[in-house]
Design a protein around this ligand. Sequence first.
Ligand code: ATR
Length: 277
Amino acid sequence: MTDTTTVIDRYALVGHPVSHSHSPTIHRLFARQTAQQMTYELIDATAEEFEVAVRGFKAAGGKGLNITVPHKERALRIASDATPAAEQAGAANTLDFAGGSIIAHNTDGIGLIRDLTVNLGIELAGKDILILGAGGAVRGILGPLYAAKIGRLIVANRTLSRASQLQQEMAEHAVFDVCGFDELDEIPPTDIVINATSAGVKGEAAPFAKSIFTAETFCYDLSYSVKDTPFVLLARASGAGDSAQGWGMLVEQAAESFAIWRGVRPDTAPILQKLQR
Ligand code: ATR
């Protein structure tokens, strides 16, 4: 007798909070497009619950996890092995259980690069870039930006010491200048400005000098929102040439995770179009 049972592989996102995540929608659309038999759940776990939640999901037959705030560093620590991208970022957004162990990946950086270069058509080679912020999100994008052979890179942060610390820690992978927000009006305009602060998400005003936005500047916000984000509104009002928020990065990092788990990379264009509608 042939076994006609269909095996449905389980995946999930672990974070705290996670209820507003778009990842289940994105992965369901990917699965439908590529005819993959899988489910994608949301798991809300505090720091104390995190490791038990991951190991429990794996023990119950789960195939892999996405990891979001505030657990990305924690996810790398519990993995038995990690890719260079995850090691460099010091954080993991994807765990793969395929070989029986926990392998940590980080697809955030490649997600940003793909959105900038493929979806938005921006050539990165030789471009001068200003990054606003020096937190965990910046750690994940520095290596991939450098690999794209960008020009000068400046990392500006509200707390200058945090940017200086990042500069030291990343010295092996990326060489960049640092400054505080109070020095932003002294730096020459760059081709691209990337907002990696969480100011907008927290509803706080970020004091960025108007001089960083010129008609030639492309502004990218790692955050995303149904409406324009505060940073995109600020960039536009300050005369920036063009701007985009992070929907594309969200979809592209998801597509990279999906490809790691399923061995097939979905076509992101129709999914991105659907989400932004
Ligand atoms: P993430 O993982 O999103 O990077 P994080 O590590 O907490 O989160 O970093 C948040 C970043 O947003 C930091 O660069 C932080 O600046 P500080 O290092 O000075 O705290 C920045 N940030 C948060 N709120 C801000 C605000 N109101 N104005 C400017 N920068 C802010």
